[in-house]
Design a protein around this ligand. Structure first.
Ligand SMILES: [Zn+2]
Length: 261
């Protein structure tokens, strides 16, 4: 991949032997990689001469071949599983935290957040309660964006500049709110590589799925085949628009064989 375009990867919780995941529905587990899978991906990057960068570093679009690594949700595996592997390979990453989940079972607590920060990893914000931001009235949107930012800043003691949208959902109001709150970038989960010409408020990211082969991972890091994922993604988004987020989630749960609630 040329230095003018960088693929941003989106990871979530990692699966460790004997440890219960934060959630168990198929729609969640789909995005959960076993620790060993994650480690083999990082090893492949190292071997291929790709550097792993956080969002701030990636946006400087360095000349060396690079991939941006991000984690959503703020699960405790960020610090107990992902960080040690990243350190082993000399990579950095941005960890987007759901502020309201911190300190609850399976998620990072305040001292673990400070530990990640002190290790030199970049801390970002992933809303207060993980609601879809495009559905929210203004006061609740403010809580999800601004109050969440302040809560994480209180923990780490410095500004938090990077935001990622829960479920990839956002609209123009969301972008405006995040800018007003003082975020410098907003990441979504649309399948395109980013380049220096792109708005820092619409950074694409590629979701890492548990069944991704190392060949597919390699293609993704080099920005190959993203158009195919983009088409699938557009079809999904159209379904969401036609049905509404809630109805779409119910339909998806049925299709994935989740028990209806
Ligand atoms: Zn999330």
């Amino acid at each position: 991949m040329s230095s003018s375009r960088i693929v941003f990867l989106m990871y979530h919780e990692l699966e460790l032997a004997g440890r219960k995941l934060c959630q168990s529905e198929p729609g969640y587990v789909r995005y959960i990689l076993p620790l060993e899978t994650f480690r083999s991906q990082m090893a492949w990057m190292k071997k291929s001469g790709l550097r792993g960068l956080n969002v701030g570093e990636a946006l400087r679009y360095p000349a060396e071949p690079s991939v941006c690594i991000t984690f959503d949700d703020g699960c405790e595996t960020d610090v107990i599983a992902a960080a040690p592997v990243l350190s082993e390979f000399g990579f950095n990453a941005t960890f987007y935290l759901t502020a309201g989940f911190l300190g609850t079972p399976g998620y990072l607590n305040a001292s673990q957040v400070r530990e990640l920060d002190a290790q030199g990893f970049q801390i970002g914000c992933h809303s207060m309660t993980h609601r879809y931001l495009s559905d929210l009235p203004e006061p609740e949107l403010k809580r999800e964006v601004l109050d969440a930012k302040l809560r994480i800043e209180n923990i780490v003691g410095h500004p938090i500049e990077h935001f990622s949208c829960p479920g990839g959902r956002y609209d123009q109001r969301t972008l405006r709110m995040a800018r007003q709150a003082g975020f410098a970038t907003i990441a979504n989960s649309q399948f395109y590589a980013n380049s220096s010409g792109i708005s820092p408020y619409e950074l694409g990211r590629v979701a890492m799925l548990r069944d991704l082969t190392i060949e597919e991972f390699s293609a993704t890091c080099h920005g190959r085949g993203l158009w195919k994922k983009r088409l699938q993604h557009q079809a999904r988004r159209t379904g969401q628009r036609l049905l509404g987020n809630r109805a779409y989630d119910r339909l998806r749960a049925v299709l994935l064989g989740e028990p209806s609630q």
